[in-house]
Design a protein around this ligand. Sequence first.
Ligand code: TYD
Length: 133
Amino acid sequence: MSLIQWIHFPPLGDERGSLVALEAEITFPFDIKRVYYIFDTKSGVVRGLHAHKDLSQVMVCLKGSCRVMLDNGLLKEQVVLDSPNKGLLIDSMMWREMHDFSEDCVLLVLANEHYDESDYIRDYNDFLKQVHS
Ligand code: TYD
């Protein structure tokens, strides 16, 4: 089983250029409650480094690229995000790290819940304990 779950967005572009529409439960797997984006990431920075107890998120690289490492406590997989036409679905209890941000990277993240610090697991050993409990 792969940890990498892509959501392919229907292309609505034409000769003028590209357009993607994300509509909850139509072209998108959940109701979107929160949207945030990461940009101007400094060279060499690693972001993420946490898991969520109960949160689904989709990451879309709108511009540039970055590498995402996913770890469910048993397997680790990594993937390069470099296309605005598809999103990476990340479910609960998945350790994630984002590396190798290009200077121009704009990473959009859509989430099914509001921000809640108590939903984060920021310690990798705690994450492993919770996965294996
Ligand atoms: P953090 O979760 O550390 O970012 P990342 O995991 O992408 O490296 O978030 C950085 C700060 O922003 C932290 O103080 C929490 C805050 N934050 C919010 O207030 N709302 C949000 O939706 C997110 C994602 C972060």
